[in-house]
Design a protein around this ligand. Structure first.
Ligand code: PLP
Length: 378
């Protein structure tokens, strides 16, 4: 059992024990097939799935009938893209995409681009990963079918003004796909009120189980689902319960997490010379602390910290591929900053003691790395 302090909550979160208890219940007691409603087992499972739909709808201002369960955000993204593109079988589809979307979306879009099915209009970001709304407005005015803007960035934590983005897209007659994987349960997201066409969520980013997520659409969008198969009742129930708890607790939780994040930032700023905090200082996920120590290679620091602090260089969902961060490149950060960047992600179970210990471990690792580099140079 690893004992390192876990500060990689962007990659995944531990399951809340209350969620785990309910998941366990649906695996061992309420284990019926939700499609087999001729008996009480199936009926109970169907009831639990319906309840999960309602909870997801309540957290995200969506109609329960517009909730389509998937295996996670990556599948939801592929489903949403396929649906938006299939709406125009007779012509090339124009899609506006930010340069900092998650790989799951960028790779899916690239596949359609290679086959000539879509033309991509890139939406650039500034050094804080912020979107230029004037550029978005201009791109929309050229005629796009779909706008893809994530609700919050998984590397630097920048939060996007989805309500405004959705308004601009809708005015231009475009649909809007919002990857809410990192933002759902942390910042308010209102599918109906904002006018979001496709909203993507994943349970394991909000203290729910892995392998379950949802694509949420307004009820007027027909996803042409015929037979969905046997629902993953434990996963769905876990997602629903995670959403219920986020709805009730996220306000207070996120304030406390932000206070701990700020304390950690201060401790590091006080002890590490030359540290730079990345991401939007004004609109950033409360648990995100992405920083760089220019000229101190992040892989060396991560290796030194391996037994003490679980942290990441950023793009964690890339199956260990060491290709650097497309997000930091899109932000046009210097190579020294890109190579010295580290991402910390706090969670609701992170304690003050862990924050203090992590600050000390990280400072020691960076000081030791600097000393080694200095010795090599001399
Ligand atoms: N989108 C974002 C913003 C993410 O952070 C991730 C995972 O890190 C994904 C999509 C993919 O999520 P999943 O693991 O549920 O497929």
């Amino acid at each position: 059992m690893p004992s390192a302090i876990y500060l990689d909550h962007h990659a995944t979160t531990p399951v809340d024990p209350r969620v785990a208890a309910l998941v366990m219940h649906t695996m061992t007691t309420a284990f019926g097939n939700a499609n087999s409603t001729e008996h009480m087992y199936g009926e109970e499972a169907a009831h639990l799935v319906a309840q999960a739909r309602r909870e997801i709808g309540l957290l995200l201002d969506a109609h329960p009938n517009g909730v389509h369960f998937t295996s996670g955000a990556s599948e939801s993204i592929r489903m949403a893209l396929a649906h938006a593109i299939d709406e125009h079988p007779e012509r090339t589809v124009h899609i506006a995409v930010t340069t900092v979307e998650h790989r799951a979306l960028l790779d899916a879009v690239a596949t359609y681009e290679h086959t000539g099915r879509v033309i991509v209009h890139w939406l650039p970001v500034d050094e804080y990963a912020r979107l230029d709304l004037a550029v978005l407005e201009h791109v929309c005015s050229q005629g796009v079918d779909l706008v893809c803007v994530m609700a919050a960035n998984n590397e630097v934590g920048t939060i996007y003004p989805i309500e405004v983005v959705a308004h601009l897209a809708t005015q231009a007659g475009a649909k809007i796909l919002v990857d809410g994987t990192q933002a759902a349960g942390r910042v308010p997201l209102q599918s109906n009120a904002f006018g979001i066409s496709y909203l993507i969520i994943s349970a394991h980013k909000m203290y729910g189980p892995k392998g379950v997520g949802a694509l949420i659409v307004p009820t007027h969008i027909d996803m042409h689902v015929t037979h969905e198969g046997t629902p993953n009742v434990p996963g769905i129930v876990g997602l629903g319960e995670a959403c219920r708890l986020r709805r009730l607790e996220m306000g207070e939780d996120e304030l406390q997490i932000a206070a701990k994040r700020d304390k950690l930032a201060l401790l590091l700023q006080n002890t590490i010379q030359g540290i730079v905090i990345n991401g939007d200082p004004e609109n950033r996920l409360s648990h995100n602390l992405h920083f760089a120590v220019p000229d101190v290679p992040n892989d060396v620091v991560i290796a030194r910290l391996r037994r003490y602090v679980a942290l990441s260089s950023g793009s964690a969902c890339m199956s260990g591929a060491q290709t650097g961060s497309h997000v930091l490149r899109a932000m046009r950060l210097s190579t020294a900053i890109q190579e010295g960047s580290l991402r910390l992600g706090l969670g609701k179970f992170t304690t003050d003691t862990e924050i203090e210990m992590a600050a000390s471990y990280i400072t020691d690792a960076i000081t030791a790395t600097r000393a080694t580099l200095q010795a090599v140079r001399n």
